[in-house]
Every structure is written in structure tokens, then in C-alpha cells.
Design a protein around this ligand. Sequence first.
Ligand SMILES: [Zn+2]
Length: 291
Amino acid sequence: MKTPLSSLETRLLLACASALLIACLGPAVAQYDHYHAFADQRVWWGIPHAMDVLSNIPFAVGGIWGLVQLWRHRLARSAQRYLSALFFLGLVVTALCSSVYHWQPGDGGLVFDRLGIVLAFAGLLGLALADRVSDRAGLAMMAVVLVCGPYAVGVWVFSGNLLPWAVLQGGGMLLLLCLAWCPPAAETWGIRLGTVIVVYSLAKLLELGDHSVFAWTGGWVSGHSLKHALAALAAWPVLVAMRPQKPVHNGPRSRRAALPALAWRITLFAIFSIAACANRMCATALFGIRK
Ligand SMILES: [Zn+2]
């Protein structure tokens, strides 16, 4: 017998439908002209844009580490296992695709870079939903991202409209923020999604300040290189949560037990808001909105 949709699942469905409408009917957004002009152009050992290429190594390390842990300990229920395997595999693919892109930055390489991100993003969003809502919500979200991600990249390639990709990324992070507020579902890992949000928001700020960070550090390291290293830390809360000795959550925490987390949540929301505002200001300054 089919279990009817829970209220959380219904709200998730409505949110996805709204995001789809915005992506399809919203104003077209163009990628800014100098997108590929990264601050750090240094060549080391024959590697062009060496720091932006080599700073992808932490993605590969996090991904391989996670896959080895999954394989060695046969952790978790099947849905969590598949989704986390996809997430860690996505990190390894992201490391490869992003290195290829940064070797010779251009639209062609950026297609591969974004497709690699789709894999990791599908795994992460699916895992977060399986952790906070239900396995089927997690698996459904994984399928949605695996279909809509390449479609959004395709729309950008063939029409130049970046809006569907922006909605996928922004909507996904907003969903993670909402899920960070929810208590873990019964018998799940209880992943600290707030840490993922903080890491991602800081990485986004560094990406936007690529040239400024390069200037501030006297040409030592650029914002984009630091963004790679920091974004790879998104694997850390998942790796910590899936430790074999870690007890699974037995259900939602009581309201009283959740109160001490309020300060942390307010801080989290503030950091996310700052990153979102900075992103918005840069998008206004850098993107041309076409009619
Ligand atoms: Zn990059």
C-alpha cells in the first residue's frame, strides 16, 4: 500500500514546482563577459592557472575518503548509502572536471565543470532530504537534480540563459537552509547541515572576491583557489556524521532540547543572508539582465 505524502513532502513538492516556474518563466540572465578571467594566472611546473587547478585536490581527497569509508564499513540504510556514494563520487568527478576547466578556462570546459557539480549536488540534496524528511523524498530529489541539472546547463549552452542554473543552485541552498532547521528523522545520521551552509556561504563570498583576495594577500592566493579548498570541506559534516561508532538519531528532538541550538541557527541565517546579499549585489553589477 502506498503511503500518502507527509506535510513536509507536500511542501517540498510545492517548492519544487515554484522553482521550476521561476526557472522557466523568469527573465533570462546572461553570464558576464569576463567570467573566465580569474585573478591567479600563475604557471607552475608547466601547469597553467596552477593554483586554481591544484586547489581541486581537496575535492578528490574528500570524495575518495568518503567512498572508502562507505565501502569498508557498509554504513547506513540503502538510500543513505546510495545518496552518499553519489555525493562522494560527485566530488571526485568535480575535482577532475574543474581541473580540466581551470587548465584552459572557457565555456566548453565550464560545461564539464557544471556537470560534475550536478552529481555532487544531487547526492548532497538527496542525502539531506533522506536525513530530515524521508528516503523517498531524498531519492526523488536526486532524480530531479540529475534531470534538471544537465537540462539547465543545456539551456545555458544553447540559449545563453543562466537563470535555470542559478535557480537550481540558489534553490538547492535555500532548501538546505530550511532543512537545517528541521530535526533529523528517525534512525538517520543527523548530518550538521548548518555547517554545510556556512562552508558554502563563505566559499561563495571568496569566489565573488577572487581578485580582491588575490590583491589583499599580495598575490599569494586568490579567492577562487580558496573557494575550491573551502567548498571541499562540505564533505566534512557528512564524513563526521557517518562515523561507524556514531549512534543514529532515534527521532525528532524535543522542542526544549532544540532551544540551545537557536543562537547557532540565528548565526547561520545571518551568514547565509550576507552571502546571498553579496551574491545579489555582484549579480546586479556583473550579470546583464536581458529582456
Ligand atoms: Zn573553479
